[in-house]
Every structure is written in structure tokens, then in C-alpha cells.
Design a protein around this ligand. Sequence first.
Ligand SMILES: *Cc1c(COP(=O)(O)O)cnc(C)c1O
Length: 371
Amino acid sequence: MKFRIPVAEPSIGKRELELVTEAVESGWVSSKGKFTVEFEEKFAKYVGVKYGVAASNGTAALHLALVSLGVGSGDEVIVPTLTFASVANVIIYTGARPVFIDSHPDYWCIDPDEIEHKITERTKAIMPVHLYGHPCNVEAIMRLAKDHDLYVIEDCAEAHGAEYDGKKVGSFGDIACFSFYGNKIITTGEGGMCLANDEYLAEKIKMLRDQGMRSEKRYWHEIVGFNYRMTNLQAALGVAQLERIDEFVGRKRETAEEYNSLLKGIEGVTLPPQMSWAKNVYWLYSVLIDNNGYGIDRDELVQKLAEKGVETRCFFYPMHIMPPYKRYAVNRRFPIAEKLSSSGINLPSSVNLTEEEVHEVAHLISDFHQE
Ligand SMILES: *Cc1c(COP(=O)(O)O)cnc(C)c1O
């Protein structure tokens, strides 16, 4: 079904077409070619990290991060339960166990106070996720990691340009992973990237991405790797998108302000978080619907908006209730994540969204409340 107002669609312009055409015409259509390296260098610089290694998608980037840090069978990796499933999947690919953590009620990301109780001698890493564009509590997580000698892999797939205390997310952990899927803040179609400040680690990620082959000794394989490369065509799109990232982030934040001013004060609607330390980039502008206060429940609202041609998304299901992941969370409770998951909704957030469309969506939401 095609919606009149989609939840998130990319903005692809002339410059994108120009660079992709250049890449096609150059004949360098696989991963070799100038755009891949250019995109890696420019994106790493944008975030403020030394090295970038592009990957075929965000999930591949997360998988490379874990393998490069030696995470494997018998290890435990701490992740939020309320996130996209690829975070749990990559842990399971390595043979390690995901250890799910509840959300913080004020900002919806992983709750650092809950992490402390779940650290064991098997814990290898923490993978915090900056959910829907709002940074997690980076400082608390980095402190825990330091105290317990754990790696931190930041999942920044939803938070390009977001900041914690004035510093971009992705610049704190040992490795940061980004996604450039079509609905993310910038896109390469499919695509991802690992960022790291450690040169040795960046080289290892690159080797793992390229079948475990040594870059200076062709067909000599040092380790068992993957083919997780990004193509030059994807990277050309990425270079063009990166030129507009400030504009995109600015648009997302303007849209959020607009929504906030129109939706505040509606009973039963909770606006998205904005902690004092956070620059939220509102990848998807998100609110909570309390069905008692609001009058109709979240699913009914989604349905009613769809009838008007407005696409929305419900929040992710928490990992611990789904078939492949349940067994990692036996006898545990995650009340905050469950509450967020059943009441959260992502509203249309494309950078192309017009002010009129924001008004229309907000007015529909306030009208349904009054019915
Ligand atoms: C989109 C996303 C990913 C995965 O990215 P893909 O490029 O789709 O593989 C990982 N983590 C989170 C939180 C995401 O939103």
C-alpha cells in the first residue's frame, strides 16, 4: 500500500544522480573505485573518528564489529531489548549470547542502571543503540565499560549527527556502526559503515570484510572473513548525500519542533525525549499514546491515520518476547520496554515533509483525541 504521506522516504537530488552516473560511467561498479574510499574518509571525518570501513549494510557492519573484537561462543553481549532485531541477530551469528536490558523511562534507550546487575565474567561488550535519533546515556555506559573492562560498540544506525554533550555519537565507543538503508538519515540504498580510532582494529575490520584477505598480499587469507563490501555505486550516492547531511538533520529537527508545538498539551500524548545532554536528530519523530488519556488506543490511531493516507510505524517489539530471542530472557521482566513498545508510534519524518503535512498529521491526531 502506498501512502500519501510516508513515514520516511529518501531525498535524492541532482547531485546524487550526477555522482552515481559518474561511477557507472567509470566502469568501477563493484567495490573498487574512488567513491568507496572517499565516502569512508568523509563520513569518518564528519563524525570525528579516524577510520571508516564501509560495509554492504548496517547489519554487516555490526557483525564485523563483533568479530573484529573477538566476540564468539561463550561470550555475552549486553543490548537493549527495545531495538531493531539486527542487533540481536549479529550477536547470535557469532555464537555469543545477547543479554537484554530494559529501557530508561525518560529517554527510551538502554538503562545503564540495569546493565550493572547483568555484567558477568563472560560479558565481552555493550552495544548501546541511540534509538530513533536520541543518544543513549553515553557517559554512564562508558564508565561501566571502563570499570568492567568491556568493549563498547555504538549502534548509530538511527542517529547520524546526534550528539552527546556536544560530541557526535559514534565517537565514543571502540567501534561505531552506521546504516545507510533507504529510510535512514542519509542513504546509499543499502549500506553501512564501521568507524574506529584504532588503526589496527580498522585494518582488521577491513580484512574481515574482504574475505579475510591481506590487502597487500593478494589471495593470501589470514583469517576466515566475509564479503561485506559496499559498491562504488552505493558510495557515490553516499558522497552526494553526505554533502546534504546538515540540511537533513536541520530539517528533521525543525519538523520535530513543529510537531512538538502542535501536539503538546494533548491529553494522553507524550512528546519525544530531549535530555539535557542530548542533541536529538529525530530520525523518526516518535510519541507515546496512552489509551486512557487519549481515548483511543495506539493501534486504532495507526489505523485511522492510515485511512487518511498517513503512514506511521508502531515501535519495535522488544526482543525478549519474540520466538528466536525468548530463550535468552527466561524469567526476566522488562516493564518499561513493553510499555514503550505497546504505546509508541513513529510519525511521518521524511526530510521532504512539508509544513502543511506536519500540520495535517498533528491536526488529525488532535481531532481523533476529541472525538
Ligand atoms: C536500520 C538498523 C540497523 C541495520 O541496518 P541495515 O542497514 O538495515 O542492515 C541496525 N540497528 C538499528 C538500530 C537500525 O535501526
